[in-house]
Design a protein around this ligand. Sequence first.
Ligand SMILES: Nc1nc2c(c(=O)[nH]1)N[C@H]1C(S)=C(S)[C@@H](COP(=O)(O)O)O[C@H]1N2
Ligand SMILES: [Mo]
Length: 327
Amino acid sequence: MFVRSRRGWELPERLAAPEEVYWSRRRLLRTAGAAPLFFFDSWLRGTEDVGGGSPSGPTPVAADLYPAPRNPRYTLDRPLTDERWATTYNNFYEFGAHKRIWKDAQALPLKPWRLRVDGLVERPREWEVEDLIRRLPLEERLYRHRCVEAWAIAVPWTGFPFRAFLDLVQPLAAARYVRMESFLLPEVAAGQRQSWYPWPYVEALTLEEAAHELAFLATGLYGKPLPPQNGAPLRLVVPWKYGFKSVKSIVRFTFTAERPKTFWSTVAGHEYGFWANVNPEVPHPRWSQRFERMLGGDDRVPTQLFNGYAASVAELYRGLEDEPLFM
Ligand SMILES: Nc1nc2c(c(=O)[nH]1)N[C@H]1C(S)=C(S)[C@@H](COP(=O)(O)O)O[C@H]1N2
Ligand SMILES: [Mo]
């Protein structure tokens, strides 16, 4: 995420490349001096970080439920991203404002994981997340994922439709939004000790969006329980929106009448809005959104309206044309 920051080592706007690899490369060049070029290549590809020396992670939640049957309705027009890439190149600001958080994220404790459901809902209550997961029918879906920074992946999520969760908790008629909050554990997550961010991470959807058949609550990835770096034990997946909407490691769902304030709109509201629907024609204030880079290869592919899901989601936004739907 390119957020304007007070720290001097970050890029001036005029140099902003569409993703953070560029920052890392600069930082590395500055510190590593005359190291041979092939080293930079393998470093940028992430190979140095994969394989040996992996820290052991937390015990996964409900591992016996995987793999779940694939729902054939959700297919892709592109190859799946290599699992190593999707699980070692991540945005998870709780663990740092860079992509190499996967090792640090192994410290996230997953048991117990209390999940609170409150606000305008028929049945406010608290769950142990494993009990909720065991109660809902898991399925696998192949989805695209498009980060606002212009990188993309295509992955098999396991989880359940958001709709099934709504049916279980029953929002009241007055509820118009669902607010989702991530954990707050600064002793575990170093990024949360950086006080300039408005922790915890919060995202929100309208209830119409949450009830849409594509809105998904993921518990697994590549036929296994979600690794912590991808948002274990439970994360949102809304594939027609920029990736920052898909909040990881949720601890609380609150149903509200008013539109909740979200993490990124608080940090930089002129760049990251509430709707954040993917649109190649609407540039980010500091870079174009016309193309995206598929992780794990050199493929640069054209970005599609609503990330390729327009036929199914465009109707959600009819009558809302005056809203900033694409930022
Ligand atoms: N709690 C939390 N959720 C988050 C983020 C984050 O920093 N914290 N980053 C978001 C962004 S910008 C993206 S692109 C996706 C990345 O998901 P992935 O690492 O599984 O690919 O998670 C989103 N969910
Ligand atoms: Mo993102």
